[in-house]
Every structure is written in structure tokens, then in C-alpha cells.
Design a protein around this ligand. Structure first.
Ligand code: FAD
Length: 299
């Protein structure tokens, strides 16, 4: 099943998880995934460290659990910067052998001190290669409502995004953001650039000030004053910060869905209880569908 087809039927609600650090502990994620099934995700994507093939066993095992044990469509993240063609071939073929045909094609984060392989310098190179060599694989890619931190200009970043769509990506998942207006402005830029594929909005609920500060700093994502004030006010009260962070995420989601967003991609940080609270508060605003025998049924 091509997950891009889901957008024809409903506002998509998808989740992102990361695999356990050690492959030997991979099954410890099963209770998390089982709990996440309760929030009725349209698909779950699984990250893969920028190093690529060296860490891919965990990602492959987790997408296998999601797709073949829990019967939820799974998407494997595939970063290309530190992989060569043979490694990408091997990874795609392993995914296909377990019936996973949806990937999120990425350049991947740069690893200081490690030389890139040079074959997939940009995500668009990887998308072009996979699209040409594996026509059955559906390719999502990443986008940045507040511009990618390395881009020389927002215009250049959008031009590079267009290259990814022209190379064969049929769905975008956005970087996290905390100001919906920036996402709406971005959608207008995409329309002007002729980018018409579904765009999911990436939402990360704040449950820890340190975690949000670390992630936004690495990813170069701006944090609005309003959000900083919330984090500072409840920095020493974990329970209150969780309540406030979840409420903020719910507020963002309700506004985005009201403004006709194609989908919400929730960065779960492997915390099913947070996803559950968000889902409980918003489930009726998403259209309902289920997948049976590989086909989408709208309820
Ligand atoms: P690209 O699309 O290649 O863009 C990277 C930069 O290069 C941009 O500044 C762009 O403007 C520029 N660029 C692109 N093409 C060209 C060109 N032809 N010429 C000149 N400049 C160009 N990282 C991981 O390692 N593992 C993950 O699992 C992972 N999951 C992610 C999931 C999502 C939803 C998102 C948004 C990001 C994820 N990342 C992950 C992080 C991602 O790898 C980084 O943000 C990375 O810095 C950029 O990846 P990209 O695929 O967007 O790169």
C-alpha cells in the first residue's frame, strides 16, 4: 500500500518512533508499539541514525513488528549521506522482503569527523536512485517550514525541495515547529513553487525542557517566546510541564486540522501515554479509516 494514498481519504494521523539503542533489546519496544496501536495511527515511521546501514538492523526489526505483527503500515527512514549504492540496495531489499514498501528518504544529519560516501550527497540523489531502481517503493521526504538550517536562503531551500518532488517523492513530512503561522506561510511558498503533494505537519509535544532545547538546537528550529515562557514556568514541575506541553500540542493540532492540513505527524519520543492523551482530545477531528487486505476503507 502506498501511504500517500491515505491523504485522498482523510486527514492523516501518523506517528514517529525510534528503535532501542541496542539491537539485542529491540523487542523491548513492543509494549510501546502495542500501546501506540490504541491511538489508531494511519502509519508509524521509524527513524534510522545518520550512520545508515551500521544501525539499520534495529529499524528493520521495528518496522517489521509494526507492519507484520501489529498490522499498521510502517515507514522506514533511510538516510543516504553515509551509505553507498550497495548498502542502500541491501536495505531496500531487506525492507521489501518483509513487505515494507514505504520509506522516508533523507540526506541524514552530518556526523562530525565522518566523511560522506559521496553517492547520495542530497536527499534528492537518493530519491532519484530509489525511484528509478525500485518503482514499487513509495518515497516520502522531509521539509522545513522555517527553512533548513544549512540552506543559503529560503528560496534555495524550496528549490531543493522541488528537486525531491521531481525526483519521485510523493509526500512530505515537516520538521517540528511551534508557530502554526510559519507552517501556513510555508504552504503558500510551496503552492507558488508548484509543490502540490500532501504535507504533514510535524508536532512534538514538550514533556521535558532539556529535551526540547537539545532537539531544537540540533535541528536549528526557532522556539517562540510564548513556548519558552511555558517551558520556563513549569521547568521544575514535570507533571505541570507535561500537561502544558500536551495542551500546547493539542491547540496546534486543532488549529492545523481546522485550516485543512493534510496530516499530523506526531513525534512520540516513544511515549505512548502522551500520544494517547493527544489522541483522546482530538480523535473526532480526523476522518476515520481502516486498512483491510491492503485496501483503505473509510468508516
Ligand atoms: P536535503 O533535502 O538533502 O537538504 C539538506 C540541505 O541541503 C538543505 O539545506 C537543502 O536546501 C540543501 N540541498 C538539497 N539539495 C541541494 C542541492 N542539489 N544543491 C545544494 N544544496 C542542496 N535524520 C536522520 O539521520 N535519521 C532520521 O531518521 C531522520 N528522520 C527525520 C524525519 C523528519 C520528518 C525530518 C524533518 C528530519 C529527519 N532527520 C533524520 C533529519 C534530517 O536528516 C536532517 O534535517 C538533515 O539535515 C537534512 O535532511 P534532508 O533529507 O532534508 O536533506
Amino acid at each position: 500500500m502506498n501511504i500517500a494514498d491515505l491523504f485522498k481519504h482523510k486527514t492523516v494521523f501518523s506517528l514517529e518512533v525510534f528503535p532501542p539503542k541496542k539491537y539485542s533489546a529491540v523487542e523491548t519496544i513492543l509494549p510501546t508499539l502495542t500501546a501506540l496501536k490504541n491511538v489508531n495511527p494511519d502509519f508509524i515511521s521509524v527513524t534510522l541514525g545518520a550512520g545508515g546501514s551500521a544501525q539499520s538492523d534495529g529499524t528493520v526489526a521495528v518496522v517489521n513488528l509494526i507492519q507484520n505483527h501489529l498490522n499498521i503500515p510502517a515507514v522506514a527512514h533511510v538516510p543516504g549521506l553515509y551509505q553507498d549504492q550497495a548498502q542502500v540496495d541491501q536495505l531496500i531489499q531487506r525492507l521489501q522482503s518483509i513487505n515494507v514498501n514505504n520509506i522516508l528518504a533523507l540526506r541524514g544529519d552530518q556526523i562530525p569527523g565522518l566523511a560522506p560516501r559521496g553517492e547520495f550527497e542530497h536527499a534528492s540523489d537518493l530519491i532519484e536512485y530509489v525511484h528509478e531502481n525500485y518503482p514499487d517503493v513509495n518515497i516520502a521526504s522531509a521539509c522545513y517550514p522555517e527553512c533548513h538550517q544549512e540552506a543559503t536562503s529560503f528560496i534555495a531551500d524550496i528549490e531543493h525541495l522541488k528537486l525531491k518532488i521531481d525526483a519521485g517523492s510523493d509526500h512530505l513530512i515537516s520538521q517540528l515547529f511551534f508557530d502554526n503561522q510559519h507552517f501556513y506561510d510555508f504552504r503558500e511558498k510551496l503552492a507558488l513553487a508548484g509543490i502540490n503533494v500532501p504535507v504533514e505537519a510535524g508536532i512534538m509535544p514538550c514533556t521535558s525542557k532539556q529535551q526540547i532545547e537539545r532537539i531544537t538546537q540540533i535541528a536549528g528550529v526557532p522556539v517562540p517566546d510564548k513556548f519558552k515562557k511555558m517551558m520556563n514556568r513549569y521547568a521544575n514541575n514535570k507533571v505541570a510541564l507535561k500537561d502544558a506541553g500536551i495542551a500546547y500540542a493539542i491547540d496546534q493540532i486543532v488549529d492545523l486540522v481546522s485550516q485543512g492540513v493534510d496530516g499530523i505527524h506526531l513525534y512520540t519520543m516513544n511515549k505512548p501515554e502522551v500520544a494517547q492523551r493527544i489522541w483522546d482530545a482530538t480523535k473526532n477531528i480526523f476522518g476515520a479509516s481502516e486498512i483491510k487486505d491492503g485496501k483503505i476503507h473509510v468508516k
